[in-house]
Design a protein around this ligand. Structure first.
Ligand code: 26V
Length: 829
């Protein structure tokens, strides 16, 4: 096709001005949605605004794709089982630069943009940090014009909705597609068959070598649904628009016909329904790895479809399969897509008939692997038995990869059989299992952790043996967050303040926000900053009053811990402090108390019993404190249900204090810590994850660090940690634990919380009691400083000014140069 013909097929650009938007909204309302302004419901208006925005994205989307095609660019594929993208309307409008225009256009119809935007369901296709990081990376790749594609699953049900009933978490299904999804574009022409089960056939080639093939089995079809990922540009409508491709499972037609011919119509329909369960629901991160067969099927399903799609495109450009790594980089977001290593080997060997060594070189050159946790319970392994049944050819390839590796290790480190059993792809200590992290390390040319400390610990502990064998693979890429969402969009007041003083370059390049540093010295600027914070706190207070019927004082210190509930994150340490404050107030109601509102938000995995007990405890403690007339406004405790991207956008701008108090050495990075500091919250935290780097950036004066260091934790555990000693030697702590153990916080059920107390006294794996005294003392410093509002605002502003490093754009830049060798290809404005 000539470029003229192509130009002819391009849609006429839609205007970005208010009158054009107004016209589009009306046209979408009447032509696509079959209603009119007189009868339209708020959801109709939302859908019309969505479609009007999507048309404008589509033009740029096509142009972006064409530009990437024409420039022979290298493409990056981010394989992730999770994308926590949240709502898309405001984000798309802001990245397109037409937020004001859309607001005015709707206003002319008497419709409030922010009001209808709230009707859009959060796309919660992720658990927490790992899924949100994937969404921030997509935003950054589009903004930086990197040809980057997300690949994942279009779950019918995302992360469960959390409700609190009688203080306890109740999970409700998240039917986010119930009202349709007007952003997505179904691509039935991009469908691939994915197989499971079947058997192996071996045959000898004319040259005497043995070849293996995977025959037969059950097949399922993966159908693509694309979501546009608009990049930000300072010039309205000038950014690239990338692609998030999500796969949905459809029963294959052969499958149905086979059963149908056997006369079992209902049986055939039942099978069809069952097979489509593959993309039904997102698995929550559970207390320990779940090991469910359907989850392994999900992993292979989306990996197989994605690799077929990637290779079809590559070959379709007239390139040889050997050139794959020249034009393609594939990033594995944790081990969830690690089966891709075996799948690519299978395709290269069995379909493209490449020699083993050539295939292996291509595979390693193509993949990169990001590790997101050191927690042993979270490391994925699959029973050999299950893998053999579901994916017989892959299991055989994994054995072959293992054999080749073991031969090599044996050769380089003769006689070290312990080493071999430690690095083997197969864990033989009990039921034989495939270690997915080992497969990912072997199959990738780069392995990265997500913060300096985490990457060092990977080399020292989890992957110490691999680091000895292949040190050049291991690097660090510290996480980041997108300032487009987490400052510009979530906190318009602060964004305006920053832009008024230093211009708006920070939206595309957060390094420039350091120019705000000197404004922290300016009293009038500090007072503007305090006003913005207070307004955000008022908005959150109003939400709390409306949803929780709790009245909180916006002038109190807003102390927030918002993240998944887990023992290692130590929400319990925070609760112990809350009770400590409560006791002080009751002992001396007229003493000096800095008023505080302690807020928690976060979901517990449905099967994580201890995490659910922690939620119950928080709510029980809140109930007593909030209703104690002696306490009044000096202390409030609030659990905000259903934490997710949208609730985070409301809480983060209103926070004064950010709780980042995990046991040192357990939180890989954290990203909420970055979002909160960027919004001018001071951190109280341990030297864990990215807190270490936040300290380096903001300086010791502007952060509250306490507690055991990673090395202290290791030493204390090795020496035999005795939590009971701390209980016995600290009267304040003893009093708090005794209260929890009595019926104080559970008048009708005296021993409701004794399991928590017993766990703390008998094992306390995460060293809550060991860090208690230092934490409480550090909190006293925080309270004291908060009384000096000027000094507090000074530190808070410096936090905002010094977060440049934690932009996701810096993170993505490092991936692009150190792992992907990817370059920007910006389309013309
Ligand atoms: C951890 C655990 C701990 C044991 C119980 C079950 C369980 C399940 C999942 C996980 C975490 C899995 C991976 C993950 O989400 N990691 C998070 O990745 C973020 C982005 O890199 C990072 O900021 C968080 O620190 C890290 O926990």
């Amino acid at each position: 096709m000539s470029s003229n013909a192509r130009a002819d097929t391009a849609p006429t650009p839609r205007g970005l001005d208010e009158p054009s938007l107004k016209k589009s909204i009306l046209s979408r309302l009447t032509r696509d949605l079959g209603t009119d302004p007189e009868h339209a419901s708020p959801r109709d208006w939302l859908n019309a605004a969505t479609l009007a925005t999507r048309e404008r994205l589509l033009e740029r989307w096509l142009r972006t794709r064409r530009h990437y095609d024409e420039t022979q660019s290298k493409r990056v594929f981010y394989l992730s089982l999770e994308f926590l993208i949240g709502r898309l309307l405001i984000n798309s409008l802001m990245n397109l630069g037409i937020y004001e225009e859309m607001r005015e256009a709707l206003d002319e119809y008497g419709v409030d943009l922010l009001e209808i935007a709230e009707l859009e369901p959060d796309a919660a296709l992720g658990n927490g940090g790992l899924g949100r990081l994937a969404a921030c990376i997509l935003d950054s790749m589009a903004t930086q014009c990197i040809p980057g594609y997300g690949y994942g699953i279009r779950y019918d049900y995302g992360m469960f909705r959390q409700e609190i009933e009688n203080g306890e978490q109740v999970e409700k299904p998240d039917a986010w597609l119930r009202h349709g999804n007007h952003w997505e574009v179904p691509r039935p022409d991009h469908s691939y068959v994915v197989r499971f089960h079947g058997y192996l056939v071996s045959h000898t080639q004319p040259d005497g070598t043995l070849r293996h093939h995977w025959e037969d089995g059950d097949s399922i079809v993966a159908v693509a649904y694309d979501l546009p990922v608009p990049g930000y540009s300072a010039q309205p409508g000038a950014g690239n628009v990338n692609d998030l491709r999500l796969w949905s499972a459809r029963a294959s037609r052969e499958f149905e016909l086979g059963e149908f011919n056997e006369g079992d119509y209902i049986g055939a329909v039942e099978q069809k329904i069952l097979s489509e369960n593959i993309s039904r629901v997102l698995y929550p991160n559970d207390a320990s790895q779940i090991g469910r067969e359907l989850r392994l099927k999900q992993e292979y399903f989306f990996v197989s479809a994605s690799l077929q799609d990637i290779i079809a495109y590559h070959l379709g450009r007239g390139r040889s399969i050997e050139e794959l790594p020249t034009y393609t980089a594939i990033q594995l977001n944790d081990t969830h897509p690690a089966i891709a290593v075996a799948e690519l080997m299978r395709l290269l060997r069995d379909e493209h008939e490449l020699p083993w060594d050539v295939a292996w070189k291509i595979t390693v050159a193509t993949f990169g692997y990001t590790n997101h946790t050191l927690m042993p319970e979270a490391l994925e392994t699959w029973p050999v038995e299950m893998m053999t049944r579901l994916l017989p050819r892959h299991m055989q390839i994994i054995y072959d990869i293992n054999q080749a590796f073991i031969n090599d290790v044996h050769h380089r480190f003769p006689g070290d059989s312990e080493l071999i059993s430690r690095v083997s792809l197969i864990d033989e200590s009990g039921e034989r299992r495939v270690r997915m992290a080992h497969l990912a390390v072997l199959g990738s040319h780069r392995v990265n952790g997500v913060a300096e400390l985490h990457s060092r610990l990977l080399k020292d502990t989890l992957f110490a043996d691999f680091y000895r064998i292949m040190p050049e693979r291991f690097i660090n890429v510290t996480n980041g967050v997108t300032q487009r969402l987490w400052l510009n969009q979530a906190n318009p007041g602060l964004a305006r303040l920053v832009t008024e003083h230093i211009g708006n370059a920070w939206i595309g390049n957060l390094d420039t926000i350091k120019a705000l540093d000197s404004f922290a010295e300016d009293a009038s600027c500090r007072s503007e900053f305090r006003e913005v914070k207070l307004a955000n706190k008022r908005a959150l207070a109003a939400y709390i009053q409306k949803t929780q019927k709790i009245i909180v004082d916006p002038n109190a210190l807003f102390d927030v811990q918002i993240k998944r509930i887990h023992e290692y994150k130590r929400q319990l340490l925070n609760v112990l402090h809350v009770i400590t404050l409560y006791n002080r107030i009751r002992e001396n109601p007229d003493g000096e108390h800095t008023p505080r509102v302690v807020m928690f938000a976060g979901k517990a995995a449905p099967a994580y019993v201890m995490a659910k007990r922690i939620i119950r405890l928080i709510n029980d403690v809140a109930d007593v404190i909030n209703n104690d007339p002696v306490v009044g406004d000096r202390l409030k405790c609030v659990f905000l249900p259903n934490y997710g991207v949208s609730l985070a956008s409301l809480i983060i701008p209103a926070a004064d204090l950010s709780e980042q108090i995990s046991t040192a050495g357990t939180e890989a990075s954290g990203t909420g810590n970055m979002k909160l500091a960027l919004n001018g919250a001071l951190t109280i935290g341990t030297l864990d994850g990215a807190n270490v780097e936040i300290l380096e950036e903001v300086g010791t004066e502007n952060i509250y660090i306490f507690g055991l260091r990673t090395e202290d934790v290791a030493r204390l555990r090795a020496d035999g940690y005795r939590p009971r000693d701390y209980y016995e030697n600290n009267a304040q702590l003893r009093r708090v634990l005794d209260m929890i153990n009595s019926d104080f916080f559970a008048p009708n059920e005296p021993h409701r919380h004794s399991d928590i107390v017993n766990t703390l006294l008998d094992s306390d794996h995460y060293l809550v009691l060991a860090d208690y005294a230092d934490y409480v003392e550090t909190q006293q410093h925080v309270s004291r400083l908060y009384k000096d509002q000027e000094a507090w605002a000074h530190k808070a502003m410096l936090n905002t000014a010094r977060m440049g490093k934690f932009s996701i754009d810096r993170t993505v830049g490092e991936y692009a140069s150190e792992i992907w060798s990817a370059e920007p290809y910006c389309i013309a404005p």
